[in-house]
Structures are given as structure tokens and as C-alpha cells.
Design a protein around this ligand. Structure first.
Ligand SMILES: Cc1cc2nc3c(=O)[nH]c(=O)nc-3n(C[C@H](O)[C@H](O)[C@H](O)COP(=O)(O)OP(=O)(O)OC[C@H]3O[C@@H](n4cnc5c(N)ncnc54)[C@H](O)[C@@H]3O)c2cc1C
Length: 478
């Protein structure tokens, strides 16, 4: 260990959790090395919902929803470039057992908590006026809105509801619709903003296209030795503190280090459709439905120029047979079957892309009939994610520690990444590790705030194209 426990940190995995930790610690004055095997940062599974209130998940506890609201506001403040500003409509189809009014007590709690967060710090007022956090729409009101022209740009919640009111058949739905200020996330703008911010910090060295293939703990020096391979070249790095941020492969590093941890891994996919006949500026729509059944929840997430991202919680669309696996006694790394592992390592067959995207389009067209004219718009956005423990419906998780110099990030949703970074900063302090240079930092990131938004969008479009996605997915929605 270096004198006075001044600490060099190795972060393995440059997804949103590893990158956020690297950003936080580098801004605090720690020397950070970030290792990512992909060609660019934040290239893991997708994210399109900010989940500011968790209203997509009626099955989770109110406590998790409140936490999601708070963490989402923090994420917005940390990564303002990545937010797609559009509300979300919650619709309960007639085929579903649920009732819209059952969602109201939770929404009232969320609204009250949002008011408290705004009272605590007016800069938290990012989801619109507190009394407009959500609004309930009767069928009569939907009929009235269907007769109106949508202003461009839409401003009020009613303006946003107009294209939905014009496109759905009200007879297919239970009584009311709800609109809530849950916004979207842009994976590509987050990737761009993080890359530019980390690139501006001397205290962080980013190694992309660098695979970590072994890890040893030296008991004498109390350092971790990280072995890497990059373009056929082997290297090794010694660090005082290790952050395992390998996403669904966190278990491989736990195995290298000899730590046992129970977790699940789930493979899922979203699909990209192009709807040439789209009309209006759409909000997101969530159609409630029981996960895993043919009527499973569907979501229609808008991007620019008629592109939409689709989820359908059925085994023919977003979920996969054998897609949820657990760790075992002999390994902390859950193992997916060869077919799904093959999708992760070598991609998809074109016929699977077409078949599943068409199923996703049909799933949404049950409830938005004109969406049947949508076409396959790009390759799926897919990946595997970890869920610590044994509860597959867990949505709030952050970080766990082994001893005083090993942390593993275990987020399920993006919004937990800043909580992880803050907890690791506290752990470093309580373990007596000091930065090389003490810097006063705020709660968010000066390096991110300093980047001009146009620069972020420009790089984000480039990243989208490099990953074979339409650049529209990287553009500001409004
Ligand atoms: C279909 C789908 C939709 C989703 N939608 C949302 C959403 O709308 N909103 C939301 O909040 N969340 C969503 N999620 C979850 C979200 O994507 C994950 O929570 C998030 O990506 C986890 O971030 P992470 O940084 O922990 O892991 P990852 O993003 O998986 O990052 C881990 C990184 O580690 C790297 N790595 C792994 N092993 C090594 C190694 N040995 N050496 C070097 N690098 C290594 C990987 O290349 C990867 O880049 C979705 C997930 C899926 C699958």
C-alpha cells in the first residue's frame, strides 16, 4: 500500500455503474484506472426509461418506487444531457386484471414525496410542477382530446395526450388513463457525456478494448493485481482498491477473487421499429399486463423521426425461455445457455431480428391499431443484467463490499449508479484511503456540466452509428 494509504483505484467495467464511480472518484482526486473490454463506454444492455417513480412496475413495493423517484432526480442532475423529455402514459387494457384506480394511492405518495424533495432543494424540481406530476384522464376527456390538434411543441400534459387519444380504441381499455412525468433516457448521449467528461480529467485513465482476465490479491502489499489483454498484448496493473463493475459478469471477477455471492442474471431484449405514418409528438405508453403471459406489459418508447423502442414482457418478445439463471455453489457467475450466450457474444441472426421485432409490433398494434404499419427499424437493443439475491422483481440495489478494498456494483436500474459511487466514496473514507489530491466536489459532476450539449449530441450520433443503430436514437427528443 502506498504511503498514508493514498489510493489508486482500479474499476473493471465501463458501463454506467463503473463509469459513474470512476467519474466521482476521479473528481474527488483519486487516481483511477477504468478498464472496459468494449470499444467505448456505456455499451452494455440498453436503458430507455428513467423510472422516476417506478410506475412501470405495479408489482414492486411503494418503498422501491419512492427510492426510484429520488435516485432518478439525482440521475437527471448528474446526467442532464441524457434525458429525453416526454411524459409516460399508463394504460390498463380490458384483458388485464388490474384497475387504474389501484395505481392512485402510490401516485399520491410519489407526488407528496416529490413535493418534499423540491422543498428540500428547489433544483430537484425537474419533473414539472408538483401538482402536475400525474394526471388522470377519463374516457370522456380522451374523446374531447381526440378532436384537438396537438400544438408543436406540446407543453401541457393534455397536449401530450392528444396523439394517444386519437390513436387508441377506448373500448379496449379499463376506465381511466394516467399520464405521469416519467421521462426517457438516451443511452448514446449518456455514453458520449461520460466519455467526454472522463477524457477531461487527468486523474482518470480509461482503457477501452481491454479485457480483464485475471485478478490476484497480494497479501503482503494488500494490493490487487489486475491482468489485462488488449489487442493481443498482456499487461498488469497494481491498485489499492478494486471496483468490480462488470454488469452481468460481476460473478467472473468474484470467482477470480474467491468471493461467493448469490445473484441472478436475466437476458432481455427491446426492439427498434420505424413508424412512417406516425402523427404528432408521442409520449411513452405503458400497457399494463402480466409478465410472462401473452398479454405481458408492453411499452412504446418514442425517439425522433418516427423511431420507437418496443418492449413486450412475453417469451416471444422481451423475455426468453431460460433467460433467467442463478449462481450456484461452485460459482458466483450464473451461466446462460449457449443460445443466449451466443447472442451476447456474436449477435443475432437476421431472421430472429425480424421475427421478434414483428411480434413486438403486433403486441403494440393490439392496442394502437395504426402501429401495425410500423416496420423493423434497426437491430434489437439487448443484453443481460444482474439481479443480486434471489428476488427477480428487485429493482433497487446498489453495491456490496468485501473487506476494506473490494467493492462490487450491483445495480438493476441506471438510477442507482450515483448511490453506488457515493457509497464507495464513503467506504474509501471509512477504510482510511485518501485521494492523491483533496478536491472539494459537489453532489453531482462539474466535468459533465462543463460539456456543451451540442458536443454531446454530435458524439452520441457517432456512437449510435458505430454500434449500427439509427442516429435518431441519439438525438434530443424535443
Ligand atoms: C432489455 C433491457 C432493457 C433495460 N432497460 C432499462 C431502462 O429502461 N432503464 C434502466 O434504468 N435500466 C434498464 N435496464 C437495465 C440496465 O441496462 C442495467 O441496469 C445497466 O446496464 C447496468 O449497468 P452496469 O454498469 O452495472 O453494467 P453493464 O452496463 O453491463 O456494464 C458492465 C461493463 O463491464 C464490461 N466488462 C465485463 N467484464 C469485463 C472484463 N472482464 N473486462 C473488462 N470489461 C468487462 C462490459 O463490457 C460492460 O461494458 C435494461 C436492461 C435490459 C437487458
Amino acid at each position: 500500500m502506498c504511503a498514508e494509504k493514498r489510493c489508486r483505484i482500479g474499476v473493471v467495467g465501463g458501463g454506467v455503474s463503473g463509469s459513474t464511480v470512476a467519474l466521482k472518484l476521479a473528481e474527488m482526486g483519486y487516481q483511477v484506472q477504468l478498464f472496459e473490454e468494449g470499444p467505448s463506454l456505456v455499451n452494455g444492455p440498453p436503458a430507455c426509461h428513467l423510472h422516476a417513480g417506478g410506475n412501470l412496475y405495479r408489482e414492486i413495493s411503494d418503498e422501491q418506487c419512492l427510492k426510484l423517484l429520488q435516485q432518478s432526480i439525482d440521475t437527471y442532475r448528474l446526467y442532464p444531457h441524457a434525458i429525453n423529455l416526454r411524459p409516460t402514459v399508463i394504460a390498463v387494457p380490458k384483458s388485464d386484471q388490474g384497475q387504474t384506480f389501484n395505481l392512485l394511492p402510490r401516485l399520491q405518495k410519489l407526488q407528496k414525496f416529490y413535493a418534499e424533495l423540491v422543498d428540500r432543494d428547489p433544483a430537484n424540481k425537474l419533473l414539472g410542477d408538483v401538482d402536475q406530476y400525474y394526471k388522470v384522464y377519463s374516457h370522456e376527456k380522451m374523446d374531447e382530446l381526440a378532436q384537438k390538434e396537438q400544438p408543436d411543441p406540446p407543453v401541457t400534459l393534455d397536449d401530450w395526450m392528444i396523439p394517444v387519444a386519437k390513436s387508441v380504441n377506448l373500448d379496449d381499455f379499463k376506465t381511466d388513463f394516467i399520464m405521469v412525468q416519467e421521462y426517457g433516457l438516451s443511452l448514446f448521449r449518456a455514453s458520449a457525456a461520460i466519455s467526454l467528461a472522463l477524457g477531461s480529467l487527468d486523474s482518470c485513465k480509461v482503457f477501452t478494448s481491454t479485457h480483464v482476465n485475471s485478478l490476484q490479491f497480494d497479501k503482503d502489499s494488500k494490493q490487487w493485481v489486475i491482468q489485462t489483454q488488449s489487442n493481443g498484448e498482456k499487461s498488469s496493473y497494481e491498485v489499492d482498491y478494486l471496483v468490480n463493475a462488470c454488469g452481468y459478469r460481476t460473478g467472473t471477477l468474484d470467482d477470480y477473487a474467491g468471493f461467493k455471492r448469490q445473484r441472478m442474471v436475466e437476458f432481455k431484449s427491446a426492439y427498434i421499429a420505424r413508424w412512417p405514418k406516425f402523427d404528432g409528438v408521442w409520449p411513452e405508453i405503458i400497457f399494463h399486463g402480466v409478465r410472462g403471459t401473452s398479454e405481458g406489459m408492453g411499452s412504446l418508447t418514442p425517439y425522433c423521426n418516427g423511431y420507437f423502442q418496443l418492449h413486450g414482457m412475453t417469451e416471444d418478445i422481451t423475455l426468453f425461455k431460460g433467460g433467467l439463471v442463478s449462481s450456484c455453489q461452485s460459482s458466483s457467475q450464473p451461466k446462460l445457455c449457449n443460445k443466449l450466450q451466443g447472442k451476447l457474444s456474436t449477435g443475432w441472426k437476421q431472421e430472429d431480428v425480424i421475427e421478434r421485432t414483428k411480434s413486438a409490433i403486433d403486441h403494440i398494434a393490439r392496442l394502437v391499431p395504426s402501429f401495425a404499419t410500423a416496420e423493423v427499424g434497426g437491430r434489437p437493443m439487448y443484453g443481460a443484467q444482474q439481479i443480486p439475491g434471489t428476488d427477480p422483481s428487485l429493482r433497487i440495489a446498489d453495491v456490496s463490499f468485501e473487506g476494506d478494498n473490494y467493492a462490487r456494483t450491483e445495480i438493476v436500474k441506471w438510477s442507482s449508479a450515483l448511490t453506488v459511487a457515493n457509497k464507495i466514496a464513503d467506504h474509501l473514507e471509512s477504510s482510511g484511503f485518501q485521494p492523491f489530491e483533496q478536491k472539494v466536489v459537489g453532489s453531482y459532476s462539474d466535468a459533465i456540466t462543463a460539456i456543451p450539449h451540442e458536443k454531446v449530441v454530435e458524439l452520441a450520433e457517432k456512437i449510435a452509428v458505430e454500434r449500427n443503430y439509427p442516429p435518431e436514437l441519439a438525438q434530443d427528443y424535443l
